[in-house]
Design a protein around this ligand. Sequence first.
Ligand code: FES
Length: 59
Amino acid sequence: MPEVKAQDVLTIVTLKPGEKVALCRCYHSKQFPFCDGSHKEHPGKGPAIVEVKEDQKGD
Ligand code: FES
């Protein structure tokens, strides 16, 4: 895994179990770091979907 330095971090998104977000990878979103669909006008990179699974230990 590549090393991530503090100056490389743009935004930290904190998610709770069960939450799911689409993170922009094209840098055209007006709601960055979240995808707003702008990538459709700039083909090449779509969003990264990030989901935190619910804790399954209690089932
Ligand atoms: S707007 Fe950038 S990936 Fe969707």
